[in-house]
Ligand binder design. Structure first.
Ligand code: ZN
Length: 524
């Protein structure tokens, strides 16, 4: 039961980017009211003295791979200890909905099991059914995008073929239905089949539909478009989709990919140019230099043509293995480490690279990887150096940029950003290195993502807004997670309130599950 709470005498940084001021935040029936200074108020059920503490809106993460994992671990500790109160799932073109049959849903979960853990039960098909499973079952609020992967499975199937006009119409109507049930727009992950089989024209068409309903386009762009002449070609495609459909474009996990190739100014310039032309283009970035994804991303697109069974067959075929080995980027074998092994004998391999495992097993690296993928039924995740470390602050402080985690919440050696993405912004980028004022840092994690999504009652501490709140001790905030010790919870986030209920109280998780699905146009 939500109680009346008073957060007394704190420095209120309200999420707008304006300087903080002293006062008390009152919470009643999941709504807040603000009392500036030392005004009197009726006695609440709980009163927290916030003297010397900072009170902010709860953080909103626009890129989380928790749509399935969260059902198995609903208290969502790695994220709530960072102050996250709302997450956007269904990103990277990989959404938990919509599916025509349970079999299709299960096949999709299988193909992407290096991204997102198996839920205890996958018993939904429609967006409305998925969202209904969230309310009061998890610790954070969840909003959902619709990935073009499931849309394509619905409209075209699992194969690498061009969509017909009718199939595109079909996908558009399904997307519309999903958005009418509460989804927020279209996402793509153009390195992940079967969504990656969509061409630009298909994506413009889908975007036109999402735009009609005021949705936005959230995109992990198509890496294979990169050429020596144009390192920005994947993002040019995203801008073209925005221009031709009218839809606002959000470039997710935007970063300077490769050290020594181009400059961060090229990447940021692309966004600035589009904005100068009048387009609504924004981006999010993560704050660690490591990327993280399913290891199957290394395998060529043709190996996934037809779905997970086809991929398993290729992994078992000596002819396909030879061909795949020729096409794989072998650098990743040395630089990236693996995680999320489920089979007990493989547990000792957690955190090792394919090259290290190959040495250990005295086997060829390709053979090692293919055997492990068969053994683990595809569900292996990988982490490795993913961007140019010195460029990260430039993305973090850019006015069109917000913060998102791209967290994958499983395995013994996950990406440390899963545990420290947001707290690192506060402790390192803002407090210690002073690359951006704390008010700006908070805005990039609260009202800015709320504005991108279109949330009208979240992301700010203003009278009448939803009671998703963080109280932090600025001097103590810390993101101790590192590459070698990635599962250390963030520190210094003392109180986290979601929908008017404590999720963290005095630094301890309460076990409460007050999270709600945030449905576009229905309860937002
Ligand atoms: Zn991605």
């Amino acid at each position: 039961m939500a109680k009346n709470i008073a957060l007394k005498n704190g420095l209120i940084i309200n999420g707008s980017g304006s300087p903080g001021y002293f006062g008390t935040v009152l919470i009643r029936d999941n709504k807040i009211s603000i009392l500036r200074g030392n005004q009197e108020y009726p006695k609440p059920d709980y009163e927290i003295d916030c003297t010397g503490k900072v009170i902010t809106p709860g953080f909103i993460d626009l890129h989380s791979h928790s749509s399935l994992t969260i059902f198995g671990k609903p208290t969502h500790d790695p994220k709530v200890f960072q102050g996250v109160t709302t997450e956007l799932v269904g990103i990277d073109g990989v959404s938990p909905v919509p599916f025509k049959t349970k079999t299709e849903l299960e096949r999709y979960i299988w193909l992407d099991s290096g991204f997102n853990d198996y839920p205890p039960e996958a018993d939904w098909l429609k967006t409305v059914e998925y969202l209904n499973k969230i309310d009061n079952k998890v610790s954070v609020n969840i909003a959902c995008m619709i990935g073009n992967g499931p849309l394509r499975i619905w409209g075209v199937g699992w194969n690498n073929i061009k969509a017909t006009k009718n199939q595109i119409q079909n996908m558009r109507s399904v997307l519309r239905e999903c958005m009418e049930e509460g989804a927020w727009g279209l996402s793509t992950g153009l390195d992940y089949p079967p969504g990656a089989y969509a061409d630009t024209e298909e994506l413009i068409n889908l975007s036109k539909e999402a735009y009609k309903l005021d949705g936005f386009y959230h995109t992990h762009t198509r890496a294979k478009l990169i050429t020596d002449k144009n390192i920005l070609a994947p993002w040019d495609e995203a801008i073209e989709i925005g221009k031709k459909s009218g839809i606002p474009v959000h470039l997710t996990h935007y970063k300077q990919r490769d050290p020594g190739i181009g400059s961060y100014n090229d990447y940021l310039g692309l966004v600035e140019n589009a904005r100068e032309e009048g387009m609504d283009v924004t981006f999010d970035c993560y704050t660690y230099p490591y990327s993280g994804t399913t290891i199957t991303i290394l395998l060529p697109d043709w190996s996934k043509d037809g779905g997970p069974e086809a991929l398993m067959n290729h992994l078992k075929s000596s002819i396909s293995r030879k061909k795949m080995c020729q096409e794989i980027n072998h650098n990743a074998f040395k630089e990236n480490w693996l995680t999320n092994f489920k089979n007990k004998p493989n547990k000792i391999l957690e955190g090792l690279s394919v090259s290290e495992i190959a040495l250990f097993k005295d086997k060829d690296p390709c053979e090692t990887l293919f055997d492990l993928l068969i053994d683990e039924n595809l569900g292996i995740s990988t982490v490795g150096l993913g961007n140019t470390p010195h460029s990260i602050p430039e993305f973090v402080k850019h006015p069109a940029g917000m913060i998102a985690s791209d967290s994958l919440i499983f395995g013994d050696y996950p990406n440390p950003r899963t545990y420290g993405n947001f707290t690192k912004v506060i402790s390192e980028f803002s407090r210690d290195d002073k690359i951006l004022p704390i008010e700006d840092a908070i805005r990039k994690m609260t009202s800015f993502p709320a504005q991108r999504l279109g949330l009208s009652k979240k992301g700010l501490l203003l009278d009448g807004y939803d009671a998703d709140i963080v109280v932090l001790n600025l001097a103590e905030v810390k993101a101790p997670a590192t590459k070698n010790n990635p599962k250390l919870l963030s520190e210094g986030i003392e109180q986290v309130i979601v929908n008017g209920e404590f999720v963290i109280k005095d630094g301890v998780h309460t076990g409460n599950l007050p999270g709600k699905a945030i449905r576009r146009g229905i309860n937002s």
